[in-house]
Write a protein that binds this ligand. Sequence first.
Ligand code: FES
Ligand code: FE2
Length: 436
Amino acid sequence: MFQSQAVIGITNASKNLALEQCIWPEDALNNIPDWVYTSQAVYDLEIERIFRGDTWNFVALEAEIPNPGDYKRGYVGSTPVVVARAEDKTISVFENRCAHRGAEFCRSNQGNTKEFVCPYHQWSYDLKGNLQGIPFKRGVDKVGGMPANFRNADHGTRQLRVTTRNGVVFATYSDKTPSLEEYMTKEIVDEFDVTFSGKTLKILGYYRNELPCNWKMYHENLKDPYHATLLHSFLVVFGLLVPGIKARVFADQEHGRHGYMASAKPQQTYATVSDDNKAEMRSFDENLKLRDERFVEFVQEFNSPWSACMMTLWPNLIVQREMNTLGVRQIIPNGPHSMIMQWTMFGYEDDTPEMTSHRLRQGNLMGPAGFLGLEDNEALKFVQDGLRRSSTDNNVLKLDSDQLGTTRGLISESCIRSLYAYYRGVMDIPVAGSAA
Ligand code: FES
Ligand code: FE2
């Protein structure tokens, strides 16, 4: 699949710009410069200003750590953290870095424990990340050991602020991040609550894959309805998203950083598409038929006008509700040219066995090799390949030009435009031709 893998490490030096060289092109709304996706300096600043800035980062589902002592390794941006439930049932998130010499001490992805013990010199931490024990603290026969004024309380792990909503756990490095609800904004909270209504979740499984593309491309992909009917022939042929369908591509009005792409599937299995629209879609193939039509069956279970909703919650979460397949995807940035996608698929604890089978069957749409997931993964790799090694350096963003925010139809890039307007502000990136 990835034929050009052999040359993946090669990036033109001119694409790895220093920060002071990063000036957005003059027509800022309708262009994106390549260095946004290729510069190491830009990436480093994103980790600092975005992932360790005033943002709530998804770290876990409560259903993954239901009992005292349960823990999970996670990430905030690219920073490894531990998410753990203490004896008092509270959830803590702390950096997976030993306060002694920096070892990533928690080595299992998930488990249950009374304490964390660093493998190197066996300093131990409680479930809130506080340092509890140091071997030979007073030395041997009073020779060596820690100074008398050493206090464990001054040397715990770095602990983050934590919040939850209806079973979903978020963490932030910043004291200034507002409440989660204020951060999300009302429309996003309403849509979030459709999937996370407070019902107990049942974890169905995980996928994890690397995408050889910049992490922001994944946000863009879910703010880009234009690609959906062109790249995903599956969506069109089986009537999940066709031109003219009832759909909404929404960007939060306050910042334009969060959003969702929602659509309402018509009843019939196969789409009716006008001849004019068919002519625009090269990948449309009316001979494709499903062997098992249950695959696209939608069992109405939500109080929502939409049968599908892909929500992006800045900076690292996608909430996926595609008919009855439910999941969260966590974006873990991994340098300018790579990201890790961690998928957690779930249902609800009160699902019937039939519903669980249905969710699992329909789950084949998603994941690294899913009927839909696969196509996006590959397209994003092609974009990163194209821009990292070429001599030109600009992306055109002119569909529905100059418009910002919630789109007026599917042939629009206005939500992507909003995201970058917000991004330029957070990153403090100057625009060519405007006063500093
Ligand atoms: Fe962890 Fe020394 S590095 S105990
Ligand atoms: Fe897609």
